[in-house]
Design a protein around this ligand. Structure first.
Ligand SMILES: [Zn+2]
Length: 140
């Protein structure tokens, strides 16, 4: 079944363009383009054979190898083969995590800075926020 480009884009961005099973990078333009770098397909997390639907909540981007290997196995099983346990984060989620880290780092840095007076607080907060922002979201 062909997918509309906007739906493909939505599915692709769910994981920021990474295979939801093995987490390898996919190339949006190589959709269904077997043999090309980053080629991918729409994968039904719950297989249609097992009652999975075409609702986009059930659709994930997967590299063609993963999609074919997974066949009618569960997503949990296929991810286990690849040492992963969940889908990669979307760009929006990753950005939110960085903001949270920056906020937490700012507070922590500010507390440390208390020892240095008002200037210490500002300096500590700035350093803490920078460190917090630089923390990468955890690998999943
Ligand atoms: Zn894959």
């Amino acid at each position: 079944m062909p997918y509309e480009v906007t739906l493909l884009r939505t599915i692709y961005e769910r994981t920021d363009g990474y295979c939801h099973i093995c987490h390898c990078k996919l190339s949006f333009k190589n959709y269904a383009s077997l043999g090309n770098r980053g080629s991918w397909e729409v994968e039904h997390s719950r297989p249609r054979a097992c009652g999975g639907t075409d609702h986009r909540n059930n659709l994930f981007p997967a590299c063609i190898r993963c999609n074919r290997d997974k066949s009618d196995f569960t997503t949990r099983t296929a991810r286990k083969w690849n040492g992963t346990s969940r889908a990669p984060y979307s760009k929006a989620v990753k950005g939110k995590m960085r903001d949270d880290n920056a906020a937490a780092g700012g507070i922590l840095g500010g507390l440390f800075g208390l020892a240095g007076g008002p200037v210490g607080v500002a300096f500590g907060a700035a350093v803490g926020a920078a460190i917090g922002r630089s923390i990468k979201p955890p690998k999943v």
